[in-house]
Structure formats: structure tokens, C-alpha cells
Design a protein around this ligand. Structure first.
Ligand code: FAD
Length: 452
């Protein structure tokens, strides 16, 4: 086996790891990036399936994501807006469809009033949270011991208002049921995007896409690193002392002063550490878990919904696909819809045969767009739960009480071992923007230490 020597070895060639590697290089340090898969990008992957270009993982860019926007500019990548002309659609608990414009769902007047009040209340609470340090909020312990479902139930008896507010954080973001995460975790999710109102505004949160796909970010970052990126190298062992690390995959070994673990935190236990990581990390990492969502892609010979005056923006807490959008590629004549099936519903449809699952999902899309939705020319389900090197989607969050208890320790290095991932970001949490921010942060810290 080859033995390389570098200043820093980076485990994982996702947006976080590749950002860190480039920043370290710019500061004059030598790097090697070891990636388990046969490609770079991690949760960013643009694939061609039955002739259709699909963004299987992350794709959208919102205006608050400054670190990502800077990176796009630096790499010379162009963006385009999601199609949003025409009416949105909402389906209520009785299965009734209503067309609407604007952000607030067409619900009975009293329910609308409750929804608006809840959004205002949540905006005020979110404004008090520092997304980089939610655990420092004076009520952090209290907010972290009560589930978001419970908190909502304490605010109002209006079930439809609760179901809608829960959807913005649960099904749509953390991709866990609202009983499975705390109110503090919900506030962090909103604070990481600037406000709760931002999460409600699909035109804000799902604003732009990158021409050619968002995976170009990691692809171009890796190109700059050239031969220092090593594919098919799942890291199995890390030996560490105060003075450095030896990082081994099946086929190569790298000795370095520092290592950055730039992988989803749920995967740390896949690596054997010698000596073992300290007690605190052993415990903390067991309180972090991945959410789960299926991203469904359906391509049609034309964007038929536009002929009906629909934007394709669709929501319902009562549908299998709780949200769906026009996802037609830049310059493409064909029309693409993207829909999402989250947490418990995703588990349920994975108990069915592939054919039955497809039938159920297309049936749900047809509730929003009519029977034409049942006949796509290309159909594909992104299932990150089966991916050995990811194990869920979109990202990881703490269980009840975990954020207040361990949050402050997540990004703290252990000797020469540093951590970076979108799943531990403040601003941009669970998004590519957060991965880039964490990559930059860890590089800055290592450069300081290396010079120190
Ligand atoms: P990852 O991308 O997970 O990278 C970690 C890398 O480490 C991977 O390449 C993995 O293979 C590698 N690895 C793991 N274990 C080892 C090991 N032992 N040895 C070597 N390598 C290892 N974000 C947005 O901003 N906008 C969106 O629209 C959006 N939509 C999403 C849709 C889906 C379906 C998914 C899954 C995610 C989405 N996200 C979105 C989230 C975004 O993709 C992630 O937050 C971000 O890409 C994570 O980057 P990362 O570098 O932190 O981690």
C-alpha cells in the first residue's frame, strides 16, 4: 500500500471537505482528500437517467446562502430561476383542492389567522436564536425538552394550522415527524435560513438552480485539487496522537498533522479510532440521526401544468407527496416535476413493490395536477437511505434534548481530529451553504493551529 505524507488529510469529498481542502491549499498547506465513493460530491449528484438529467441530491440555492453564492461566482457557474408563473395548489384534509397565489395556504379564515399568528410568534422566537449557538439561548434547555408537535399543540387547537406549520419544519426540512425533534431544533432550522417566514416562502427557499446541476460545485472544486483527490478510498482506521494522524483506507495510508472528518456525523462510528474517541464524542454521536425523504422525479413530454395556468408549486400535509414543484431543467422542452415523500410515509411506501410505490406516488401527484401526471416518460426515486455512505436525507439533527446538551461540542476538535459537515452548520444548516461554511471554518482553525 502507498503511504503518503501531507499536512492535512480530508475524509470525504463532499462540499465541506472539498472547500476545506481548497482553503488549506490556498494557505500553503498540502492536502489529500480520501473519498469512499467512485465520485465526488456526496449528497450532490447530477445523473442522467433514461435520457433525463436529474439532480438526485441537493439542487436549490436561496438568496441568504452567501457562502454558496460566492462559491458559484468563484467557479463561474450560472443560475436560473425555478418556474413559478401561475397558481399554486393546496389540498386540505378532505382532499379538496384549491388554487391560490402568495404564501399562505387557502384555509378557512379562522385557520389563516392562527397560521399568520404562529408564523409571527415563531419569527420573534427565531430572531432571538443565534444559529451558530442556539444552545446559548436563555431558554435553550426548556425549548429542547419539548417536541415541536407538543409545542404546537400548546399554542392552538386548530389542527389544520398545526399541520401546516409542522410541515414547514418536519416533512419539508428536518424530514422527521414533529414528535421526534425539539422546539429548539425547529428554531435552529428556521434561524439557519434567516427566519421562519423564509421557510414558508417557497420562492425564497427554492429560488435558483445551477445550469448543469449543483454537483458542478464539488466537481470543479475537486478539479482544482487534481491528483490530491483519491476515489474509492473508504477510510477504515485513524490512529492519532497529540502530534498527528495516520489515516488508512483499504488501499492507501496517509500520515498528516491533522485530519478533517468531512462526512455525515452518523458515519463516524464506521471508522475505528485508535485510541478511541473520548467519551463525550461516543455519547454525542449517538444522539444525532438522519432524517429521511424520497425525492421523486417525473419527466413529461411537455410541462402540461403550465397550460392549465399552474406553477406546479403544490402543498398538502395530507398528501403522500407533501410538496411538489416544477423542476424543468434550463433550456429543456420536456417538463419535470419534483415531489417529496417524507419520514413515516417514506417508510410505508418502501414496504410496497416498486410498481405499487410508483403508482401511489404518481396518484398523489395527479391529485395536484390532474391525470396527465400519471404518465411520465421518465420516473425516478432518489433513495439516499440505501446509500452506504450517506444513509438518509437530507441531513442529520439531534434527538430531544441533544442540541442543548451537546451542540456546543459538535465542532470542537479532538486533538488533531477536526469535524466539518453541513449537518453541524449554523447558517446554512443541512444545506450546501452550511457545508461550505463549515469547510471554511475548519480550514481557518487548522491554518491558525499550524502557524501557532
Ligand atoms: P456529504 O455531501 O455527505 O459529503 C460527505 C462525503 O464523505 C461523501 O462524499 C461520502 O461518500 C464521504 N464519506 C463518508 N464516509 C466516508 C469514509 N469512511 N471514507 C471516505 N469518505 C467517506 N441542500 C441545498 O443546499 N439545497 C437543496 O436543494 C438540497 N436538497 C437536497 C436533496 C436531497 C435528496 C439531499 C440528500 C440533500 C439535499 N440538500 C440540499 C442537502 C445538501 O445536499 C447537503 O447538506 C450537502 O451536500 C452536504 O455536504 P457535506 O460535504 O457536508 O456532506
Amino acid at each position: 500500500t502507498d503511504v503518503l505524507t501531507r499536512d492535512v488529510v480530508i475524509v470525504g469529498a463532499g462540499a465541506a471537505g472539498l472547500t476545506a481542502a481548497n482553503e488549506l491549499r490556498k494557505a500553503g498547506l498540502s492536502v489529500a482528500v480520501l473519498e469512499a465513493r467512485d465520485r465526488v460530491g456526496g449528497r450532490l449528484h447530477t445523473d442522467v437517467i433514461d435520457g433525463a438529467m436529474l439532480e438526485v441530491g441537493g439542487q436549490w440555492v436561496s438568496p441568504d446562502q452567501e457562502a454558496l453564492i460566492e462559491t458559484l461566482e468563484d467557479l463561474g457557474l450560472e443560475t436560473y430561476s425555478r418556474y413559478r408563473e401561475g397558481d399554486s395548489v393546496y389540498i386540505n384534509a378532505d382532499g379538496e383542492l384549491t388554487r391560490f397565489t402568495g404564501e399562505i395556504f387557502p384555509v378557512p379564515e379562522a385557520t389563516e389567522k392562527v397560521i399568520v399568528e404562529l408564523i409571527e410568534r415563531l419569527d420573534r422566537m427565531v430572531a432571538e436564536i443565534d444559529p451558530d449557538r442556539p444552545w446559548e439561548h436563555p431558554d435553550a434547555e426548556e425549548l429542547d425538552r419539548i417536541s415541536f408537535e407538543r409545542w404546537l399543540a400548546d399554542q392552538t387547537d386548530d389542527v389544520e394550522a398545526r399541520d401546516n406549520i409542522a410541515l414547514f419544519i418536519a416533512g419539508a426540512m428536518l424530514t422527521k415527524p414533529p414528535h421526534a425533534f425539539s422546539t429548539l431544533q425547529a428554531l435552529l432550522m428556521a434561524a439557519s435560513a434567516g427566519s421562519f417566514s423564509h421557510l414558508v416562502d417557497a420562492d425564497f427557499i427554492l429560488d435558483k438552480r445551477v445550469v448543469g446541476g449543483l454537483q458542478q460545485v464539488p466537481l470543479l472544486l475537486a478539479e482544482r485539487l487534481g491528483a490530491d483527490v483519491f476515489l474509492d478510498q473508504p477510510v477504515r482506521r485513524i490512529e492519532w496522537t497529540g502530534g498527528g494522524v495516520t489515516v488508512a483506507s483499504d488501499r492507501m495510508t496517509v500520515r498528516a498533522r491533522f485530519v478533517i472528518l468531512a462526512l455525515a456525523p452518523v458515519l463516524y462510528p464506521r471508522i475505528s479510532f485508535s485510541p478511541p474517541l473520548p467519551r463525550l464524542q461516543h455519547q454525542m454521536h449517538q444522539h444525532i440521526s438522519m432524517g429521511f425523504v424520497i425525492k421523486v422525479h417525473a419527466v413529461y413530454d411537455r410541462p402540461f401544468w403550465r397550460e392549465q395556468g399552474l406553477s406546479a408549486t403544490a402543498f398538502s400535509p395530507y398528501e403522500l407527496c407533501h410538496e411538489a414543484y416544477d423542476n424543468t431543467n434550463h433550456g429543456d422542452e420536456r417538463g419535470t416535476l419534483v415531489g417529496f415523500v417524507s419520514d413515516r410515509l417514506a417508510d410505508d411506501v418502501f414496504c410496497l413493490s416498486a410498481e405499487e410505490r410508483k403508482g401511489r406516488i404518481l396518484e398523489s401527484l395527479s391529485h395536484y395536477y390532474g391525470p396527465d401526471a400519471k404518465n411520465p416518460v421518465v420516473y425516478y426515486e432518489s433513495d439516499w437511505g440505501t446509500e452506504e455512505w450517506t444513509r438518509g436525507a437530507y441531513a442529520a439533527s439531534f434527538d430531544l434534548g441533544g442540541l442543548a446538551r451537546y451542540g456546543a461540542d459538535q465542532r470542537e476538535p479532538v486533538g488533531p481530529i477536526h469535524f466539518a459537515c453541513s449537518d453541524m452548520a449554523g447558517l446554512g444548516y443541512q444545506h450546501v451553504d452550511g457545508a461550505i461554511r463549515m469547510g471554511r471554518l475548519v480550514a481557518t482553525r487548522i491554518v491558525e493551529e499550524a502557524r501557532g
